[in-house]
Design a protein around this ligand. Sequence first.
Ligand code: COA
Length: 249
Amino acid sequence: MPELLELRREQRTCIVTLRREHKLNAISSELERELCAALDRNELREAACVVLTGGARAFSAGADLNEMRGLDPAAIVSYYEGTGDFAERVAGLPQPTFSAISGYCLGGGLELALATDFRIADEHAVFGLPEVGLGILPSSGGTHRLVQMLGPARAKELILLRDRVSAPEAHHMGLVTEVVGEGEALSRALIHAERLAALPQLAARVTKRVIDSMSEGARSAGLELERLAYGLLAQTPDAEEATERRLSK
Ligand code: COA
């Protein structure tokens, strides 16, 4: 089976590219496994910065809907104990991290991007959290990260009210660090990453950890709540039916 992820070094930065393009980088358990394994590779651990990116059509269209059906409580608990923790593992990387985003950045794909420190989007990128329409909720850290990042009103707007948000709107909301021309997200993220790589490394890492630790208590409680809520909602007829409907479109 072809690898779903590519890792390469450019100067002092490690670039991780999602390569499940024919499925718009939908996050399958296999892709999660490869991502978690990549996070432990030396080329990544030794890099000064990490950039996550996808393809021209999609950074990622979210969790793989085919794998979201018929999960029982035991499967949901073991999922979060395993590769379902992928966004937290990205958030826990010690070095500064970026997402370079083109195309769709939806659901779990947006949650993955939220787990990085900075998001650089091209002008045609599209953001959204379709989970509630599918009878569930963002449960890879998305709800608590958005509340912390944007405040509760903006978080509710994005999760409950809005279907899709354009890159300029996402920037206006504070979701995206910078918007660049089409096809320029990766090169711009690399410029930022190399600038950060030139700073004293220990100071950059310790400062990141200090900032993250300020919200640590609320974060772990929020995450537990999110996962419990997902476990509850995923088993409702609404979730089953909405996912079936989406898949048969
Ligand atoms: N899970 C599984 N497969 C997905 C997927 C997902 N989240 N998103 C896209 N794909 C697959 C499609 O099934 C299709 O596969 P196929 O060619 O084998 O039929 C392929 O990726 C291309 O997607 P398609 O829907 O044909 O592209 P589009 O340009 O018409 O629409 C989207 C793009 C993003 C609007 C649409 O794919 C979509 O709504 N995806 C689901 C988004 C979502 O609900 N995410 C889950 C959040 S929990």
